[in-house]
Ligand binder design. Sequence first.
Ligand code: GZL
Length: 320
Amino acid sequence: MRKIVMMCAAMLALSACSGSAPDGSASKPITVGFSQVGAESEWRSANTASVKAALAPPEFRLKFSDAQQKQENQIKALRSFIAQRVDVIAFSPVVESGWETVLREASAARIPVVLTDRAVKVSDDSLYATFIGSDFVEEGRKAGRWLVEDSKGKAGPIRIVELQGTVGSAPAIDRMKGFREIIDADKRFAVVRSQSGDFTRAKGKEVMEAFLKSQGRDIDVLFAHNDDMAIGAIQAIEEAGLKPGQDIRIVSIDGVRGAFEAMKAGKLNATIECNPLFGEQLAQLIRDVSAGRPVPKRVEVEEGVFTADQAAAELPKRKY
Ligand code: GZL
């Protein structure tokens, strides 16, 4: 008898590891509906690659939708996932608000929802199982702290222009909040213009051109909510005959390869890392949620700060 019990236990353990059912048949893949914000930046492309690599067959069946940065496309995608009765829904909400109704529909269909990258504002946080991403307020604080440190010995006024991310998005709201928390404590700093560049290079360049037109040479610093907008702004600054990184110091967020190349060229002064490579952590959260195991309500990813003097050494090590 004892031998039979031991055999069954061994088979169960084996099946748990190999992902096959106790009778040796392949266990059913976990079907995941994933709605991605879009393909607006280097960060987003790296995040999509990380998610797709982790949610791969045979363990997962991934239904992936690119919303082209439109909330209505994400809501449509979530409703389609509900209609297809996926096992788990995961998405990066392009903006914080407007999700209550569709999340209630997912809840009524008993489909758990995992938030990735960006958060939502809802009246009942049981409408999602967990969130995995960054602390955007802290990223904004880190940018502010770098600027304070880099401005030691400099007299005011230090005039800052700000390229905000997508209006209404958690990273734009929180990065602005964190940055101001730090610079508002020092009277030398003043944000003289602030406008959204929607996280894209093209829009970042366009808005920076407008800043340069209205402010002329009265700009000392650019704070960009992501590297792609900073890279677009660098082009505008050079086309205006100014030296980015010198005439206008620049701090941005993400830590993408393009930022390290700009720092190496002396055109960007610092980038605050925002880690997009959380695909494997997301896959484990989806396994746990799908199996009904408890998960933390919030899982934050590790990230650092990189300055121009570190760029050459760091560039070969960068994974995105
Ligand atoms: C941050 C992410 C932001 C990046 C941008 O986690 O939501 O969206 O900072 C991206 O590059 O467009």
